[in-house]
Design a binder for this molecule. Sequence first.
Ligand code: UD1
Ligand code: CA
Length: 455
Amino acid sequence: MLNRYAIVLAAGKGTRMKSNLYKVLHPVLGKPMVQHVVDQLKTLDLASITTVVGFGAEKVQEQLGDDSEFVIQQEQLGTGHAVQQAESFLANKQGTTIVVCGDTPLLTKETLQAVLEHHEKEKAAVTILTAQADDPTGYGRIVRNAESQVSKIVEQKDATKEEQLIQEINTGTYCFDNVLLFEALKKVSNDNAQGEYYLPDVIQIAQQEQQKVVAYETEQFEETIGVNDRIALSQAEKLMKKRINEQHMRNGVSIIDPENTYIGVDVQIGTDVTIEPGSVLKGKTIIENDAVIGPNSEITDCHIGESTVMRHSVATSSYIGKRVQVGPFAHIRPEAAIGNDVKVGNFVEIKKSKIDNGSKVPHLSYIGDAEIGSGVNIGCGAITVNYDGKNKFKTTIEDDAFIGCNANLIAPVRIGKGALIAAGSTIHQDVPGESLSIGRAKQVNKEGYARKYNN
Ligand code: UD1
Ligand code: CA
């Protein structure tokens, strides 16, 4: 097996983001940038992934969890200094180390794999992933000698006017011979415009020591963008969105307005699903075949069954079965389990409740902490009264019960199979199956009273 290691640089504060959130934790399509990078690295055949953390170390560690090892960079003295922090972990290991910045979220595993292979095929000491940028402002530039070999990388702030015209940029991804990397880092100084220890200075050092330095130029500049501010963040979001949406469209999903459809990286969508404009699909959501989502629906970590239609609605951490009608304007909160052929209509909120096949909650209801059987009809405005200000209680409604409009079911309470609850009832005792329950004040008509009162 090849000895390949990865180092992810994620210790910077990201001053240019002007944010309380550490830069590498800013999300692109719902996933933090550094997680994008690590997820791509995870697919490669690597012996270890080490992330250098500093600012917001705990938060970054919490985000990445078991996906990475961690080393701390106490003071942010530059990218070279950052890599040096991994020395105790990696020094003396024979093999290749790929270094990636935590702020390049669009890099794909294919490109990372290609750089590694190029590096190993060339038997190089250093391989730099480079790209041609229309506007290279802000990036380190690749300076080549007369033989067009890379001689050094110069940062924007240290570049001469001429060097600033170079359009080939350092993407911040490199492969190094691991032993050479840590040897060369000892020789890097901070004598530059920013007073930092630059990782790219390793290139010049390797070059001077007659080591083989090569560049691997990718055609895909867009894949390599480094996100330093919120303008670049919005560009990354746009590019990632386009990439993901096109992938789904190629797989047989109709996206009516891809510019206005936001699908997270880990969302799975079946064939012949239609996504209407303004929809946002997040987390580990799964959408089965023939479903119609949107317009304007927000779905996070849900399973949506075949042929289900969900218009203008929000659903989170829930299971929704086949041929379910949701919305418009429904809110399905965490831990709902909704069966097949169910209707959850307008202005209905469901929380932590099970609703079995064929039941209907068509209008203006709150269903919380409930277990509803199959074939149940919940009338307009009927609600479960699940909370007494201190504790939550459960409502059980058995199969084929009919709950009249505006009924209050005060939990804990059980409505038996096939029972009828009269409209406007407030029910606080269990209702046996097949019974009619009426819990409302008796109506009294006082004839002629209104006429007298109004005169
Ligand atoms: C860096 C490169 C530049 C390249 C660009 C690509 C250097 C000196 N410059 O510039 O040549 O074109 O990336 O996007 O390397 N970090 C630390 N510790 C530090 C400093 C930075 O962990 O002390 C991390 C940051 O969190 C970030 C990454 O290293 O994820 C890159 O740092 P950043 O300040 O964004 O470098 P750039 O100026 O973009
Ligand atoms: Ca950067």
